[in-house]
Design a protein around this ligand. Structure first.
Ligand code: RRO
Length: 304
């Protein structure tokens, strides 16, 4: 499957299909399971400075019609304890990207330095959680605040920095350009979309946090349109995320302009083997179209 090997932001990936942040990222063992199942790399859970327990239950609502809503509330053990999970995955040869979240540019920079010291291959900045007060999209939907974080992290680490953007914006291109101008090496898009569900029996919101983030197949067209728009606005690589569960979905993201993709919600059902299935399927699709590498397909739908 050499056809699938690809180099993005100076990092080699055996295939372009990575585990998305937030799914299976809680332990070194689960990260390793995704990699052994065939993922090209894995992105950790978003890690902060201190341990956080997250929001009370219910934090997840799954529905066959529209997908998955979550308001986990950034639960994580804090960077100090999480180090051993990253070290475990690295010791197994896993290609690890470290995801971090902070409340200020300085906090993002400190966390990124700590991730770098652990030996990850790149940093993904979570600038896009849709429901965390003082974090995520509250910072990342303002181009100036987003740029300040990216600049601070870029001057603190040597690793490639990926800025993960929110779809809860009217102007994806401006966010993408702000990240690029501030020195981001790549853009990851998209995080979940703000949504909610109400229980008609209890007549109350289902999630304890009331609103959460929507993921799953319903958001694929939104992710694709976002990647398409950002591809036309920037020159740095894009990592496409949102609603991927089949090889055709991966290929669509590549055609829209993504150089890599991340898969999250579908892994909850498909498990580790889903990555191998997706990789084989994408390889077959590339062959069918006479394409000799992943990079030949990146952005191909833009070309007339
Ligand atoms: O932890 C969460 O509730 C969460 C995060 Br950090 C995120 O980036 N996206 C999301 O849907 N949930």
């Amino acid at each position: 499957m050499d056809l699938l090997q690809t180099r993005v932001t100076g990092v080699d990936f055996r295939n372009p299909i990575l585990l998305a942040s937030g799914i299976w990222g809680e332990s070194g063992i689960s990260l390793t399971r995704a990699y052994e199942g065939g993922a090209g790399g894995v992105v950790t859970k978003s890690i902060g400075s201190e341990p956080r327990s997250g929001y009370p239950n219910p934090t997840i609502e799954k529905n066959g019609t529209w997908g998955l809503l979550n308001a986990m509330g950034l639960p994580n053990p804090g960077i100090e304890s999480y180090g051993e999970e990253v070290r475990y995955a690295l010791s197994r040869g896993v290609r690890v990207v470290g995801s971090v979240f902070g409340g200020t540019a300085e906090e993002f920079a400190r966390l990124s330095q700590a991730m770098e010291a652990l030996g990850v291959a790149a940093i993904e900045l979570n600038l896009s959680c849709p429901h965390a007060k003082g974090y995520g999209s509250e910072i990342g939907s303002d181009p100036e605040a987003l740029a300040e974080v990216v600049r601070a992290v870029k001057s603190a680490v040597r690793l490639p920095v990926w800025a993960k953007l929110t779809p809860n914006t009217a102007d994806p291109a401006s966010l993408g350009r702000a990240a690029e101008r501030a020195g981001a090496d790549a853009i990851s898009a998209i995080n979940t979309l703000r949504g909610m569900a109400i229980d008609p029996v209890t007549m109350r919101p289902i999630l304890s946090h009331v609103s959460g983030g929507l993921s799953g197949p319903a958001i694929k067209p939104i992710g694709l349109a976002f990647v398409w728009q950002v591809f036309e606005a920037v020159h740095i690589p894009i990592i496409g995320i949102g609603g991927i569960s089949r090889p055709e979905d991966v290929f669509e993201y590549l055609l829209a302009g993504a150089s890599l993709v991340e898969v999250g919600t579908a892994v909850m059902e498909g498990g580790g083997p889903l990555f191998g299935q997706l990789a084989r399927g994408v390889s077959d699709i590339l062959v069918t179209h006479g394409l000799k590498s992943v990079s030949e397909s990146v952005g191909a739908a833009h070309r007339r």
